[in-house]
Design a protein. Structure first.
Length: 102
């Protein structure tokens, strides 16, 4: 989950950098006098707002899925504790055997 959060934060930072660069270029005094540039700037601003909303919604959905997965894993661990213990024991034995061969 931490890696996903880091990747998402990095992607958001890059998108914000691109948006600020584009807005900076379009707000230049010489360009802002052209009606086509004004219209383009309005379209870009609205699409950036939509992209921000979508990113926020995506983050909420990912957090909800993570909570559901954690809840499911927790319920399974409480319903079947001996299977979890046996699986952990098997993994421990396997790791011990692999480390013992070295």
């Amino acid at each position: 989950m931490n890696t996903t959060t880091n990747l998402e934060a990095a992607a958001d930072a890059v998108a914000e950098d691109i948006a600020s660069d584009v807005q900076g270029v379009l707000s230049h005094d010489d360009l802002s006098k052209l009606p086509q540039i004004k219209a383009l700037k309005q379209r870009i601003d609205s699409k950036i707002a939509i992209a921000r909303e979508l990113a926020a919604e995506k983050s909420k959905v990912a957090a909800q899925k993570a909570r559901e997965a954690a809840s499911t894993a927790n319920a399974y661990a409480h319903d079947e504790p001996w299977q979890i213990a046996a699986g952990a024991l098997a993994v421990g034995v396997l790791v011990g055997l692999l480390l013992g061969r070295r």
